[in-house]
Design a protein around this ligand. Structure first.
Ligand code: NAD
Ligand code: UGA
Length: 458
């Protein structure tokens, strides 16, 4: 079968995988290939068990795989044959050298640029899908300009705004698609090619085109604003616990103001995930590198409050458990950084678990999707940890349950049954405020929500 255009995506992870699956589904006249250096991942993409869990994704992949969606390790041929290359490799925080702990580690990105340079024989549009420091496209262009085999490149920015656990939904019905390009004739033409892809299913008015730097920077700013809302409400949850105000009532009261809006106001154990922290720190680093110290300090506070919230949560727990958890069994409900994903990157559960192990508690961790990752994350960590797929078994004989991830499954458990098999007094720490606290209290639990007065029998 002949295809109108060939699209390649380098990096078959949480972003590359679902995004290309949806493009393949919506654009049958395009051939879409995903490549990755990770052999295991590519094998899984080609198998019945995909490497990541996203509701609705399996169905889409099974419709288009082998028809116009392909997964491969052959990066060189992929580059040679493609007209449009999305780059969706990881851009973690640098852990070494200049900017360690704040700046983006662009080694994977740079390697990709080199590979594109070496293997291109025809003109290509390079699309930045990864989240990158503002002005990265300039560096990419500099590398690509050293090419002397006739290939011409146009770099376009098209950051991704999907959230894990709802990636397919977000991709099918995005709030907006952002495409940034140089405002030159060739830049605008390249941007138009990318607009054409999304126009297959996204209404034109939702496709925003800007200059390259606005697009790159908008991605960092969007994540910073989202994370800032969470730190704002979490900071107020601490004040609620001192004053008997109720954080859910406050979130509703302020969220009813349309200027503020009701979303992203759930207080909890702090934000996790691979991006919020890294992107804010990167934003702060960029600000600092331009001499904007106050701007950098302002955004760093969002991360500081997030750390504070996690420490506060564990501190409150230990205090409520009579200042010692030594030898006590504690069930950890949820290890993923949020519901509907198996991803545990920067999950608050990791911090909480490590702290409780340091205090010599005995832990049983349960999570519908993240146990495999939990095992890998905690490999070599000192202390006693059991992994239980079944939450009832995890809570059996425990003195306390700590709910860390807001899985729906945890809302509908039979807490009467669970209570019977727990050690008394039985405590429950609802780190996401998703449970029916009054009902749990009536069953006999001592309930410790976030940003609300505890309900205790002692
Ligand atoms: P990921 O780690 O899941 O996937 C990245 C993939 O790139 C990995 O499979 C890795 O093996 C591969 N890779 C690295 N170097 C390569 C190379 N030279 N050639 C081929 N493959 C290579 O990461 P992710 O979560 O998909 O994030 C990718 C980018 O998208 C990051 O910049 C991130 O900030 C951004 N982003 C992520 C999300 C999210 O929800 N995870 C959302 C929006 C944006
Ligand atoms: C986030 C953004 O929502 C996406 O738009 C962005 O594309 C993505 O980061 C990225 O760049 O990686 P994601 O991290 O998948 O998506 O998940 P979110 O739903 O944003 O949740 C992030 C964290 O905040 C989770 O730990 C979640 O539990 C927490 N959260 C979220 C709260 O504590 N309270 C809330 O009200 C909302």
């Amino acid at each position: 079968m002949s295809f109108e255009k060939k699209i390649l995506c380098i990096g078959a992870g949480y972003v590359g995988g679902p995004t290309m699956a949806v493009i393949a589904l919506k654009c049958p006249e395009y051939r879409v290939t995903l490549v990755d250096i990770n052999e295991d991942k590519i094998e899984k993409w080609n198998s019945g068990k995909l490497p990541i869990y996203e509701p609705g994704m399996e169905e889409i992949v099974s419709k288009v795989r082998g028809i116009n969606l392909f997964f491969s390790m052959d990066i060189k041929s992929g580059i040679k044959e493609s007209d449009i290359i999305f780059v969706s490799v990881n851009t973690p925080t640098k852990t070494f050298g200049l900017g360690a702990g704040m700046a983006s580690d662009l080694q994977y990105w740079e390697k990709t640029a080199q590979q594109i340079l070496e293997n291109s024989r025809s003109p290509k549009i390079i699309v930045e899908k990864s989240t990158l420091p503002v002005r990265t496209a300039r560096a990419m262009e500099r590398i690509l300009k050293t090419n002397n085999n006739g290939a011409q490149f146009e770099v376009v920015s098209n950051p991704e705004f999907l959230a894990e656990g709802r990636a397919i939904q977000d991709l099918l019905k995005p709030d907006r698609v952002l495409i940034g390009s140089h405002r030159t004739e060739s830049g605008l033409k390249a941007a138009e090619e990318i607009v054409k892809i999304y126009s297959h299913w996204v209404p034109k008015e939702k496709i925003i085109t800007t200059n390259l730097w606005s697009s790159e920077l908008s991605k960092l700013v969007a994540n910073a604003f989202l994370a800032q809302r969470i730190s704002s409400i979490n900071s107020i949850s601490a004040l609620c616990e001192k004053t008997d105000a109720d954080i859910s009532e406050i979130a509703y009261a302020i969220g009813s103001d349309r200027r503020i809006g009701s979303k992203f106001l759930n207080a909890g154990v702090g934000f996790g995930g691979s991006c919020f922290k890294k992107d804010i720190l990167n934003l702060a680093y960029i600000a600092e590198s331009y001499g904007l110290r106050e701007v950098a300090e302002y955004w760093k506070k969002v991360v500081e409050i997030n750390d504070y919230q996690q420490e506060r949560f564990v501190g409150n727990m230990i205090k409520a458990m009579f200042n010692t958890v030594v030898g006590k069994r504690i069930a950890i409900f949820g290890f993923a950084f949020k519901a509907n994903t198996g991803d545990t990157r920067e999950s608050p559960a990791k911090f909480i678990v490590r702290k409780l192990l340091e205090e010599k508690a005995i832990l049983s961790i349960t999570d519908p999707q993240a146990l495999e990752n939990a095992r890998m994350d905690l490999d070599g960590v000192e202390g006693e940890i059991n992994y239980e797929q079944d939450p009832y078994r995890a809570a059996d004989g425990a003195s306390a349950i700590v709910l860390v991830t807001e899985w729906d499954e945890f809302k509908t458990l039979n807490y009467e049954e669970i209570y019977k098999k727990m050690k008394k007094p039985a405590l429950i720490f609802d780190g996401r405020n998703i449970l029916d606290h009054q009902r749990l209290f009536k069953i006999g639990f001592n309930v410790f929500p976030i940003g609300k007065a505890p309900l205790t029998h002692f």
